[in-house]
Design a protein around this ligand. Sequence first.
Ligand code: TYD
Ligand code: MG
Length: 458
Amino acid sequence: MAKSKKRYVCQACGSVSHRWQGQCPDCAEWNTLVEDAPATVFSQKHDLSSGGRAIAFEPLDAPGEVLMRRTTGLAEFDRALGGGLVPGSAILMGGDPGIGKSTLLLQAAAKIAKAGSETVYVSGEEAAGQVRLRASRLGLADAPIRLAAATSVRDILTTLNTMAPPALLVIDSIQTMHSDTIEGAPGTVSQVRGCAFELIRYAKENGVALVLVGHVTKDGTIAGPRVLEHMVDVVMSFEGERSHQYRILRSLKNRFGPVDEIGVFAMAGQGLDEVANPSMLFLSGRDEPMAGSAVFPALEGTRPVLIEVQALIVRLQSGATPRRAVVGWDNGRLAMLLAVLEARCGLNFSSAEVYLNVAGGYRLTDPAADLAVGAALVSALADRPLPAKSVWFGEVSLAGEVRPVAHSALRLRESAKLGFDCGFGPVEDKAGTAASSAFRYRGIRQLANLVDQVMATT
Ligand code: TYD
Ligand code: MG
């Protein structure tokens, strides 16, 4: 016997409660619970262990289809996807408003259309005229894209079913779509989930590569349901500081490829330009060494990228609470590093304001950046520049030890190639680093050695 129960779904995290609450018990957001369509609850008496059809098991090595990929015409997009679009797959593209999602997808759709494949671009946010205006600004007005402004999934699917399936279908954005079979306004969890389900089913049945644009909440996660992330094959995020030119396309989940490759773009007057060699992008290009600046050899997938970390320390005279402000790095990690510098190295930041900035609007996630941040902080505190043309990497433990990180040889080789002549990093890495004969490598065992090192520089 089946009975139905009221249920409330959190619009932020998708968790389900059986009574309304002001605060979501799972993600602690306020006023996010909304009544959802009732779920059918079966009682214990209902037995599922018989009455079904038998399913067939298959060996893993059975001959299957080969994964075909279609290029997007943008090498950086292909790289982030792990080699191109897979027909019949669903991609969720998240990113802050105005970062360039619509621009990127319009450019990719135009390239594919110009290469002779059908592409459909459905905009729920902008009128067709607006999209056309953008296309002409991008110099793509002649691309044979099928463009529509629509928000009804029923209308979209009815239309698509009357034509040959396109190679690429872009839905911009999933939060604006609605289905008349589901109650609730567009953008609610049940609408987003229901619309995505129908669109993904169409894509899988017809071998269409589907891209769903997803809004991002203020804390950076894709708005509404985490469930959407489970439903799609690939989750990508388009990142960058709006005030800066550079944009990074990252895949956060990929059922068909690696998740550590990135695509790098620069937003210009005529859309997004691809940046094939990003290694020097995030350096400020100064010749004079400056106090508070350290260069970190980061690794994005297989590509090394040199990034400048800048720190500024301002001593406070009054007893006001000092500020700590971070752009491009984790707040908590800065607090940890400051605590280690205070507890293990005897430095005092307690009456000083600390500002940390990663150049070029880049967001650092690699834990190997610890030592570079530490070096920038110590250099700023001592008001002494680090050695000219030096790079710094290594993970710092709570005990103040500098721990080895992955791919140190690759990091050092790239640094040497770009004209740096000395590297500071974990001691264990010393053996594997014959980057070039002119390149010196210094192992640092403890963060306290870093302090000595900086103080000894003149
Ligand atoms: P858009 O693709 O609309 O962002 P999203 O879909 O992620 O919200 O990009 C909008 C921004 O990009 C806007 O602030 C202007 C900028 N832009 C350029 O600088 N050059 C261009 O050629 C285009 C089309 C947009
Ligand atoms: Mg947009």
